[in-house]
Write a protein that binds this ligand. Structure first.
Ligand code: NAI
Length: 377
């Protein structure tokens, strides 16, 4: 099968998420890095792209130059990844979708609900694939949990409890460091800090595994470091359309927690637990039975868990290969196959609605609010 041409915006040298995209996109031979506008500094971006093997005439100084350059080519990129800071996602994603490109956008997809609805509508109108990088949903054992729910192995899901809490912004003496400070400044980060940064991964995963969307929520936000305008800690209670009860804690001041993402699903006949720091295992307990450790790569797992795994049993299969699974399904989608599980613009929009409604709820002492975007009510 011929390789697809891939372009990247953001993710320059030294960025946090750029390497995971480059490893992920190119892991399975589906994509070749053909173009890029990788850095906010045009010269650095051009230079780095060429060092990564991009031809000089496709190593662009900024995304508008890339849009013009690629639109004019017969071999234009088949997919554009947007891995820039949050406030730029909407305009870049919109421009490329409207020009007929497929897009993978980093989370959060937009800054407002209205922008999210616009992206969903443009993607539907153009028929192009627009995905959002909720990459934790593409770990093999997360897919196994989803299949276990689907096949009734834990019964009806009563309760989902999830945490995405780390301690990397817990040092008050480092709070004014510009790399940290912007995340809690509304002018740069929007209406929410930690919930929009990490909490939305946890909320997406609760819906993803349970197979039901978030309907309403009640939020308590706190800025535990008082100079911060936006929250660095949040507790969000929610209900899924199915009636499942959801509990979510997200924090950036939980010193001692490292990545700190975990999820527990409690059904009528069993419970399950997964942690991002131990991603090859699911702890499963049938009601009245013993706890079992299910291991990626062992016999008896679902086809979906098998499809998401390339490395044999007991070897770590980490974050970049979860991102690679998103790219596998993107390649399939671009080639015309529907792939169930690929996070889409609809997921990005639902997250944005949940963020904005959580902000309203937190301001109203945790009042319960409708978490759905207006177009899905
Ligand atoms: P970063 O600050 O480490 O890197 C951002 C990169 O984008 C830099 O190379 C910068 O030069 C470049 N850039 C900035 N503005 C640009 C522009 N207008 N055009 C081209 N390049 C530009 O940021 P980080 O942590 O890599 O985050 C980027 C995005 O990825 C954010 O939206 C973040 O929320 C998301 N992210 C997602 C994760 C996930 O698990 N899905 C994990 C980490 C980040």
């Amino acid at each position: 099968m011929t390789r697809l041409n891939w372009g990247m915006i953001g993710g320059g040298e030294g960025s946090q998420i750029g390497p995971a995209h480059r490893l992920g996109a190119q892991a399975d031979g589906n994509f070749v890095l053909a173009a890029g506008a990788l850095d906010h500094d045009a010269d650095k971006g051009r230079d780095y792209a060429q060092r990564l093997g991009v031809a000089a005439d496709r190593a662009y100084g900024d995304w508008r130059e890339m849009l013009a350059g690629e639109s004019a080519r017969a071999d234009r990129v088949d997919l554009v990844t947007v891995a820039t800071p949050n406030s730029t996602h909407f305009e870049i994603t919109k421009a490329f979708l409207e020009a007929g490109f497929n897009v993978l956008c980093e989370k959060p997809m937009t800054m407002t609900v209205e922008e999210g609805e616009e992206i969903v509508k443009i993607a539907a109108k153009t028929g192009k694939t627009c995905a959002v990088n909720y990459c934790y949903s593409a770990y093999p054992m997360v897919r196994e949990m989803r299949e276990m729910v689907r096949t009734g192995q834990v019964g009806k899901v009563r309760l989902v409890v999830t945490n995405f809490s780390h301690g990397h912004h817990g040092d008050a003496t480092d709070a004014e460091n510009p790399r940290v400070r912007w995340r809690y400044d509304p002018a740069m980060a929007g209406v929410s800090g930690q919930f929009a940064d990490c909490g939305i991964h946890a909320m997406h995963m609760a819906s993803f595994i349970s197979g039901s969307q978030v309907r309403e929520l009640s939020a308590d936000f706190a800025s535990t470091i008082s100079s911060r305008e936006l929250e660095d800690d949040a507790m969000v209670n929610f209900r899924l359309e199915s009636g499942t009860v959801g509990r979510l804690w997200t924090s950036s001041v939980a010193i001692g927690r490292q990545h700190g993402f975990d999820i527990q699903v409690f059904g009528e006949t069993g419970g399950m637990r997964w942690r991002s720091e131990e991603p090859n295992q699911v702890y499963y307990t049938p009601v009245g039975g013993r706890t079992q450790i299910m291991e990626k790569g062992e016999g008896g797992l679902s086809d979906e868990a098998g499809r998401m795994s390339r490395v044999s049993i007991a070897h770590p299969e980490g974050f970049p290969l979860a991102v690679a699974n998103i790219y596998v399904d993107l390649a399939a989608s671009i080639r015309g196959e529907l792939r169930d599980g690929l996070p889409t613009a609809e997921d990005g929009l639902r997250s944005m609605a949940a963020v904005h409604q959580a902000v309203l709820s937190a301001k109203d002492k945790g009042a319960w609010v409708d978490a759905r975007p207006p177009m899905y009510r």
